[in-house]
Write a protein that binds this ligand. Structure first.
Ligand code: G4P
Length: 531
């Protein structure tokens, strides 16, 4: 028991979220440098990670340069085991990111100093706020000209609805960038412009009036710094860990991921304050990590990771107890016992078979088609973890078979891609035609590409005018429902789990339908976990 507690306390599982190009990948790589073998070899080797198979399981991801897959990167730092769950920043893969956010205990939000708060950051932070996930903010690219630090802090507060506490402030910016005053550690890190990737000397002092500051950065910059610090103290609240943990207050750090500047400070503060694995709500009760019995849930399914083997990998976040290799676990939805002989654990540059995993960890389980996203595994207790929703897609198209000889392959491919959560499938009640719903148009290309390359099947799409998918909650025996079904039969479909869905062609239709059929409830969100 003591061991389990110790293991739990060691772990920090988090995600990095940002708008594409803000520097998420670069920051991830730099964080890995602090934890891995690269530390000894020197920070400049970062490209090796980038070009390796670390964060891109799929060929398509390499081709497009977008992080399509959500992968797991683990490393050790200062006695902690840190699990980074990689999240695609591209908006077309937002749903993948939302699901991953159900498996993190905290997040780091990366913002580009020049671009400020961008659209995708807003959306993702909103989801984190809804879930009260503790957040740290990293303002990146200080080596470039950008917005004034305080204007940017205002923007973060206003657009993201956060209550910020700067724990570092930049000294200058772009060509005048001199370094960072670290309020958390009370020192100044000097930036060596001519020696990229290298951090300059650390200026330590007891008091902000210390003359060593003037010597290090010049009198004018030192005076500005003192004024700004006064401003920070008078305008922003003091840091309070409890408030951070509740999601009420968000510490902010400045730096340059590319130059590995301000990253160690961020990481050090992160290991000091970020939460260890947290309890998670299930339908019947709250499950605590330190409970003896294993529980976990599937937040991601990835098919055909290795093109040579037709297998799927289900990513399971461990919520409580110890997950053990070759032990029988209950897949609650199916009431089925399953045993896993080669569960994978993830590291920065490899995955490995492990005998034991602990709360906060992610294990990859080879799957032959048993799992769905949102599934719960336990040692026997019948409970289901909540909160893996499926949102109404934004785009809809009919999918047609373009090669009659490959109908089986197509059906299998569609089935597996939907299990992974790449898109949603709706089958029209009326005629059995299949409609694919996605968050972004790009997924249609991904699906087409993967069907062809992984399943040898070809498809074409056909446009259809649908505004939203509404999950229908109704007493299917009531006369009101029968009338609704009669009137709307052309727009009724079943999702992959046979839930009834009304495919509405406009918001006006939705409004009229709700007025006419008050006892039929239309939802824009479904919970995969619900059986
Ligand atoms: P993302 O994962 O959030 O999409 O962003 P990524 O890390 O790929 O960074 C996007 C671009 O911003 C990259 O340049 C990267 O080198 C650059 N970048 C990241 N951090 C900093 C920083 O602190 N300062 C500056 N000046 N640039 C930074 P790229 O030209 O698009 O790619 P690459 O050819 O450098 O890989």
């Amino acid at each position: 028991m003591a061991d389990l507690l110790q293991e739990i306390k060691k772990r920090k599982t988090f995600g990095i979220i940002s708008h594409p190009d803000a520097g998420k990948t670069t920051l991830t790589e730099k964080l890995l440098l602090f934890g891995g073998a690269i530390q000894e070899a020197g920070a400049v080797k970062s490209n090796k990670i980038k070009k390796g198979a670390t964060s891109d399981f799929m060929e398509i991801e390499r081709q497009r340069g977008i992080s399509v897959a959500t992968s797991v990167l683990a490393f050790n730092y200062k006695g902690h085991k840190i699990n980074i769950l990689d999240t695609p920043g591209h908006k077309d893969f937002a749903e993948d990111t939302y699901r991953t956010l159900t498996a993190v205990d905290s997040v780091i939000v990366v913002i580009d100093v020049a671009k400020g708060v961008e659209e995708q950051t807003e959306k993702l932070v909103k989801v984190c706020r809804m879930r009260n996930i503790p957040m740290l903010v990293f303002i990146n690219k200080l080596d470039r000209e950008g917005k004034d630090a305080f204007d940017l802090l205002d923007e973060v507060e206003q657009k993201l609805g956060l209550t910020v506490v700067p724990l570092s402030i930049p000294i200058g910016m772009g060509s005048d960038f001199q370094g960072i005053y670290n309020i958390w550690e009370n020192n100044i890190q000097l930036f060596l412009e001519d020696k990229k990737q290298k951090v300059g000397e650390t200026v330590k002092f007891d008091d902000i009036s210390d003359a060593s500051i003037d010597e290090a950065i010049g009198e004018t910059a030192a005076q500005t710094l003192r004024d700004e610090l006064e401003l920070v103290q008078s305008v922003y609240p003091a840091f309070c860990r409890d408030e951070y943990m509740k999601g009420n207050l968000q510490p902010v750090f400045f730096g340059s991921a590319l130059n590995n500047f301000g990253v160690r400070e961020l990481l050090d503060a992160f290991v000091d304050i970020a939460p260890m694995p947290q309890p998670k709500q299930a339908d019947t009760r709250m499950v605590k990590p330190e409970e003896k019995n294993f529980t976990g849930f599937v937040f991601k399914i990835h098919a055909n990771m290795d093109p040579k083997h037709r297998d799927r990998l289900a990513f399971v976040k461990i919520v409580s107890g110890v997950f053990r290799r070759n032990e029988n676990y209950l897949l609650v939805r199916e009431g089925k016992k399953l045993k896993f002989s080669s569960p994978n654990a993830f590291f920065a540059d490899k995955k490995e078979v492990v005998d034991e995993s602990f709360p906060g960890d992610i294990v990859g389980l080879h799957d032959t088609g048993n799992f769905r996203i949102g599934d719960t595994l336990t040692e026997g207790e019948k409970l289901n973890f909540k909160g893996i929703p499926s949102f109404s897609p934004e785009h809809f198209r009919y999918i047609n078979n373009a090669d009659p000889m490959k109908a089986k392959q197509l059906a299998k491919g569609i089935d597996q891609l939907m299990d992974e959560g790449v898109a949603q499938l709706f089958t029209l009640e009326m005629n059995g035609r299949k409609i694919i719903g996605t968050v972004g148009a790009l997924q249609y290309e991904v699906i087409q590409y993967r069907l062809e390359h992984e399943y040898g099947a070809k498809c074409t799409y056909e446009s259809i005018s649908i505004h939203k998918a509404c999950w229908v909650e109704a007493d299917e025996k009531s006369s009101e429902f029968l009338e609704f079904a009669r009137l709307k039969h052309r727009f009724l479909a079943r999702d992959k789990y046979h839930q009834l869905v009304f495919l509405a062609d406009s918001s006006f239709t939705i409004q009229m339908t709700q007025e006419k059929f008050p006892n039929i409830r239309l939802h824009f969100i479904s919970e995969y976990a619900e059986s």
